[in-house]
Design a binder for this molecule. Structure first.
Ligand SMILES: [Zn+2]
Length: 384
């Protein structure tokens, strides 16, 4: 099957993140099965979604992971000039939801499976396909855990997000938190005897803002990124029902987008300590049942792979690029990198063409990716 035929097949599965990806995953599993390759499926709690992990070649050796997410962003509210779930080819551009982000890379990798199988690989190729990347890298965590637990630790990972086939060696991380404040409701004339959840939340939101301001003025700084520092912001606040009722509930969501030099865990710990030491004791003095809870909603760790790492060397020489760069969007790379697999992001298409109506990948990007993966396998073969 050519890359184009494969992409046509993959695009036809509507794997918008809000739906199941199982039809696509089952189809890929059957396809790999046809070449004698066994796949492990790692389901989510609903059993409606699954990651897929398959190893081609000598599993006892440290291998190379080719990673891609199977979900796509919604088409609702977008004006498309062709059916987003039917590959439409015009003037060397291949249109369809996910062509760039990122079924293009997956299609090329899968279409090359027959040649992977035929060759005397000296290191195995791991195919790692995830679910719910677009919702905040939700599937990647259990996928990476499975790779680490079930196989010899791979020596490197290539994430095929659209980078115009240029090697990307770092991006910011994203940590999304949901904070719930439980107070004590009462008639507003008796406010001092109640616990105002909205006001407690506001104090905490102000503290989050103060950290954002500090990051902006004091750093750390990394000029590879725009803005060149860690940012924080509160995006959603919900609480209160009436002006004359002291609200007993408030819920807000904030995010940390950290440069690789800043540990997001340190930042969240500072916020938690402020909540538990400065705000919560005063709430509990009035009502011991009141309090503040934090829950992580999504996490895509930052990553930074040094230029002297073998994976960077390899990707540079395979792409013919002479430099690496960093991007502002997050990927699953940080999850693989943190688990001990040095990672580079490199794939066909451009992020500017993703998440939009009439998403496309240019045919020459696909050709470059075919060349890249074919050469990768050539290099991985035993000398006869
Ligand atoms: Zn993507």
């Amino acid at each position: 099957m050519t890359s184009r035929e494969m992409l046509e097949r993959l695009i036809a599965f509507d794997t918008t993140s809000c739906y199941s990806n199982l039809e696509l995953i089952d189809w890929v599993r059957d396809y790999l099965d046809g070449y004698g390759i066994t796949s492990a499926l790692i389901h989510d709690v609903t059993k409606n979604k699954a990651n897929l992990h398959a190893v081609i070649g000598p599993a006892e050796e440290p291998g190379i992971v080719l990673s891609g997410h199977t979900d796509v962003v919604p088409v609702e509210g977008q004006e498309w000039n062709s059916d987003p779930f039917k590959l439409h080819v015009h003037d060397g551009l291949w249109y369809g939801r996910g062509t760039s982000d990122m079924k293009g890379f997956i299609a090329v990798a899968l279409s090359l499976v027959p040649s992977f199988v035929e060759r005397p690989l000296s290191a195995p190729i791991h195919l790692a396909l995830s679910y719910d990347e677009e919702l905040g890298c939700l599937g990647a965590h259990s996928l990476v855990e499975h790779v680490v637990d079930s196989a010899v630790m791979p020596k490197m990972c290539i994430v095929g997000e659209p980078t115009g086939m240029k090697p990307i060696t770092g991006h910011k991380g994203i940590c999304d938190y949901e904070c719930t404040v439980h107070g004590k409701e009462m008639h507003s004339s008796l406010a001092p005897y109640a616990v105002n959840a909205v006001e407690a939340a506001a104090e905490l939101i102000t503290f989050v803002r103060s950290i954002a301001r500090r990051m902006e003025t004091e750093g750390s700084f990394n000029t590879a990124y725009d803005p060149p520092f860690t940012t924080l912001q509160t995006g959603v606040v919900k609480g209160g029902t009436a002006i004359n009722i002291v609200p007993n509930h408030c819920n807000f969501c904030f995010e940390i987008r950290n440069i690789p030099e800043v540990n997001a865990q340190d930042v969240i710990e500072e916020i938690r300590q402020y909540a538990f030491k400065q705000i919560e004791p005063r709430m509990k003095d009035i009502d011991p049942k009141s309090g503040i809870k934090f829950e992580i909603a999504a996490e895509a760790p930052a990553f930074s792979t040094p230029d002297n790492d073998p994976v960077v060397d390899l990707v540079l020489s395979l792409t013919g690029a002479n430099e690496t760069s960093q991007v502002s969007f997050a990927t699953e790379a940080g999850v693989f990198n943190r688990a001990g697999m040095p990672t580079v992001v490199c794939g066909p298409g451009h992020i500017a063409q993703a998440h939009k109506p009439d998403e496309f990948v240019a045919e020459d990007q696909i050709v470059k990716c075919e060349h890249f993966l074919t050469q990768l396998v050539d290099r991985t073969c035993r000398v006869a």
